[in-house]
Design a protein around this ligand. Structure first.
Ligand SMILES: NC(=O)C1=CN([C@@H]2O[C@H](COP(=O)(O)OP(=O)(O)OC[C@H]3O[C@@H](n4cnc5c(N)ncnc54)[C@H](O)[C@@H]3O)[C@@H](O)[C@H]2O)C=CC1
Ligand SMILES: C[C@@H](CO)CCC[C@@H](C)[C@H]1CC[C@H]2[C@@H]3[C@H](O)CC4=CC(=O)CC[C@]4(C)[C@H]3CC[C@]12C
Length: 410
């Protein structure tokens, strides 16, 4: 199941369990006070501002939240470099605080541009990537950005002497696999046959492996590079494009969405603010606990409930006037598979004329219909992670965002 593709050049398939982490337990972490909303001003603290951070993909859905969270909750920040192919105008509003915010328009596939951005940084948070499971980009382009781009970031750290690298990996590095094996309340050490064909999970798995294998390499100056990878499940929250697509689809269908996924197929989801917070915390603690955290992977998790993908979305779309029709899929699975295959064929036929990239394709159907939930406390044990936003807070913030969209949609 899934598009042909994947692997280094988008052909064949990439197999093999992703590089896991040694099974070591660390000390439990302390509590972290909460300094107010992510959108608020900068963190004020008596700590010395001396650190330079670089966030690649800093203008993306997750990247923007990481940038704002760093300004809000990293008191040692002297300079924050935001590197992205497409810079957001909102960056200008961030330049009035005590932290120097440097916007860098650049391409991670261009090694010299990456090296120039990395030079002098203490920490790199690498979120830039092509998050495409809808066939918008070619397998080769996905590989070029997600794998070669990550190679460029690693080499830039080694050449310029940057010692700390946090990589935004993905649950997709693990699964769901092409065999449709469910991953039920799994953790970082749960055995699972991570077999992929699609270019996106393949590229993320290769990139993650490169990052973890780079842990311990000597950087310029002779000290070791310390790396780790975070694996968010499906991220939701303010700015989530797929949620926006579902909402607009519902508006087009007269306020209704038609169930296509059984309610029993649970998918883990995580609020973007908590993913951002985990990035900030792991970047800070990686500097203090290199021996424990270096070369490790951590699932990104919070208290968001386990639900089917569509039922979870309705937690936010329901209060905004949409209704999910039927308690079970209206359309039999074999017909959904046929419709998904037709979408893939149409995409291929229309490609010379226009980009046709609907939500339903063979890959998204397969992923949506395979349960994938995580239950772990490794990040809490290794670096004291606790979600910054409760489920109720995450839900309220996301609903408010959809409502603001609703206002703009009328
Ligand atoms: N959205 C999700 O549910 C999940 C996302 N992730 C990972 O989180 C990271 C961020 O994902 P999102 O924020 O959802 O995606 P996004 O597409 O909103 O953000 C990605 C950012 O990277 C930038 N970018 C793309 N190609 C680039 C290039 N060649 N050079 C420089 N910048 C480039 C884009 O302009 C964009 O701002 C990705 O690495 C993705 O694999 C992991 C798990 C779940
Ligand atoms: C039956 C289809 C139409 O109704 C299914 C519609 C839902 C899909 C678009 C989503 C179901 C699962 C999502 C993926 C999952 O959350 C894991 C992901 C991790 C990432 O790193 C990037 C995003 C994604 C692949 C996410 C994409 C959208 C779904 C396939």
């Amino acid at each position: 199941m899934g598009q042909e593709g994947g692997g280094a050049s988008g052909r064949g398939r990439c197999v093999g369990r992703p590089a896991g982490a040694p099974k070591e337990d660390g000390p439990s972490g302390g509590q972290f006070e909460y300094l107010g909303t992510v959108a608020a001003g900068m963190a004020d603290s008596t700590e010395v501002r001396e650190l330079v951070y670089l966030v690649t993909g800093g203008c993306g859905f997750l990247g923007e939240h990481v940038v704002r969270m760093l300004l809000q909750r990293e008191p040692r920040l002297l300079e924050l470099r935001v590197f992205d192919l497409h810079l957001g105008a909102w960056l200008e509003e961030l330049k009035t605080g005590p932290v120097q915010v440097t916007a860098i328009q650049g391409d991670v596939t261009q090694a010299h541009e990456v090296a120039a951005a990395v030079a002098g940084a203490h920490v790199v948070i690498h979120t830039a990537g092509l998050v495409d499971v809808f066939g918008r980009a070619s397998p080769e382009t996905i590989y070029e950005v997600n794998v070669q781009g990550t190679k460029n970031v690693i080499e830039a750290c080694v050449q310029t002497g940057t010692r700390f690298l946090v990589y935004t990996s993905s649950m997709e590095v693990v699964g769901p696999n092409i065999k449709g094996h469910h991953f039920y309340r799994g953790n970082e050490d749960t055995p699972y046959e991570a077999v992929h064909r699609h270019p996106y999970p393949c590229s993320k798995a290769q990139a993650e492996r490169l990052v973890l294998e780079a842990n311990g390499r000597k950087v310029h100056g002779g000290l070791p590079l310390v790396t780790c990878a975070l694996r968010p499940t499906g991220i939701y929250g303010e700015g989530h494009q797929i949620m926006r697509d579902f909402y607009h689809q519902g508006l087009r269908l007269g306020g209704r969405l038609f169930r296509t996924i059984p309610a029993s197929v649970e998918h883990g989801r995580v609020y973007v603010g908590n993913v951002a917070w985990m990035h900030v915390l792991v970047a800070r603690e990686l500097q203090q606990r290199a021996a424990l955290m270096g070369g490790q992977v951590y699932f990104c998790y919070d208290q968001s409930p386990y639900k089917s993908y569509e039922d979870f979305n309705m937690e936010f779309l329901g209060p905004c006037g949409l209704r999910l029709v039927e308690t079970r899929p209206l359309v039999p699975y074999w017909l959904l598979m046929l419709l998904a295959a037709l979408n893939a064929l149409l995409q291929w036929l229309l490609r010379p004329l226009l980009l046709y990239a609907p939500l339903l394709n063979p890959y998204t159907l397969a992923v949506a219909n395979t349960a994938f939930t995580v239950n772990t406390d490794k990040a809490q044990r290794h670096f004291g992670y606790e979600p910054l936003f409760s489920w109720e807070d995450s839900r309220t913030r996301t609903i408010r965002w959809v409502q603001a969209m609703e206002g703009s949609a009328r």
